[in-house]
Design a protein around this ligand. Structure first.
Ligand SMILES: [Fe+2]
Ligand SMILES: [Fe+2]
Length: 372
């Protein structure tokens, strides 16, 4: 057994690595010359890295499957501006001695706190009885609650961790309250804030079924065949069906339109483009929140590291840029996250109070700071 875990986020170009990872996917492929090579995605709680084995590929591939834990030996190199591992050995290992928390990425907040905060927001901030009644019925379903708490918001790119969907939806709901109220005051009569908040809570809820949140995140068959947009609309219908008295037809239509149009364009998977002020705002809130999460992911290795800052983040392929995090003159003021009442935890099933040292304060943010 290897005594020290090397985390994906800490890997450096040319580093020789011996460590344990979770296999998210594996396949045996062929080069143009017809030589087999092994293509593996390795993950831990800090991220994932592509690994390749060029020698003995077929024999190595037969030793393990996706979702197995493996001990690997290899060397890190830079390929097309992305770190990659070249494997010399890979071996399936028993999970009995492992702490699963090291391998599953999870939200920095406890998912229970996130859900509680969302339920409270619905109770306290939604002004329309009808919208509140719908959202309360949705969030009261215990099966849905469990899945909503666990689901990632995406397979990769943004909020791709346990609790990510809830974190993303709550963050957007809080933005919707402030931006929605701003535009309601600025352009009187233009925006129904309740609808925008509802849109934030429900827009990606189909991901609960689209992505399986087991050991690795992958699309379910239903998710592949239907997609989260259609699945979200189906859930709106299912929740509405049980409501008595029924919701007004137009409200149901508006709720469905929010889900259907939230990707903004047909080429991004929305069957219709946003055609209400609320849907337009929702689409942009989704863009802002997902992109700021990507930016944070890129910035995280440098944030809080005195020596690394000021500095540039790695290049982000989706955002098509690296980010400059400022000199001491312009870097943001540090936030005090050591206040009492930390609502953290990881919400993973194996969160069993294993007596690990607390993570640094930056990774333990106070939920009350979230979005305020
Ligand atoms: Fe979406
Ligand atoms: Fe989203």
């Amino acid at each position: 057994m290897l005594d020290r875990k090397a985390y994906v986020a800490d890997l450096q170009d040319q580093q020789v690595v011996e460590s344990i990872f979770l296999v998210s996917s594996t396949s045996l492929r062929e080069t143009r010359n017809g030589d087999p090579y092994l293509c593996v995605t390795l993950q831990d709680r800090t991220g994932s890295i592509e690994a390749r084995a060029w020698d003995d590929a077929a024999a190595l591939a037969a030793r393990f499957d996706a979702e197995d834990f493996v001990a690997i030996r290899g060397r890190v190199s830079m390929y097309r501006e992305v770190l990659q591992l070249t494997l010399t050995d890979i071996q399936r290992i028993d999970e009995a001695d492992l702490n699963l928390r090291d391998f599953l990425p999870h939200s920095r907040w406890s998912t229970e706190s996130l859900l509680e905060t969302m339920v409270q927001l619905v109770e306290e901030e939604i002004e329309s009885d009808e919208v509140r009644r719908f959202l309360q019925a949705l969030l009261a379903d215990t099966d849905f609650q469990g899945a909503y708490q666990r689901a990632p918001a995406a397979k990769q790119n943004h909020h791709a961790y346990l609790g990510g969907l809830l974190e993303h939806s709550l963050s957007m709901a809080r933005l919707a309250l402030s931006m929605g109220r701003h535009y309601r005051a600025y352009y009187p009569g233009l925006v129904n804030v309740d609808l925008v908040v509802a849109g934030c809570i429900i827009h990606d809820m189909g991901k609960v079924e689209e992505l399986s949140a087991g050991r690795t995140f992958d699309y379910t068959t239903e998710g592949k065949l239907l997609g989260h947009i259609a699945m979200g609309v189906a859930r709106v219908d299912a929740v509405a069906r049980d409501l008595s008295p029924p919701l007004p037809d137009e409200l149901l239509l508006q709720l469905k339109h929010l889900i259907l149009s939230h990707h903004g364009k047909q080429e991004y998977g929305s069957p219709v483009v946003p055609q209400t002020p609320e849907a337009l705002l929702l689409h942009h809130l989704d863009m802002v929140d997902s992109r700021m999460n990507m930016c944070w992911n890129a910035a995280q290795p440098l944030v809080g590291d005195e020596d690394a800052r000021p500095g540039w983040t790695d290049y982000d392929r989706v955002l098509r840029s690296a980010f400059f995090l400022g000199t001491p003159a312009t870097a943001p003021e540090p936030v005090d996250t050591s206040a009492p009442g930390l609502a953290t935890g990881d919400g993973t099933p194996d969160d069993g109070g294993d007596g690990e040292a607390a993570e640094p304060a930056l990774n333990n943010p106070n939920l009350s700071l979230f979005g305020d």
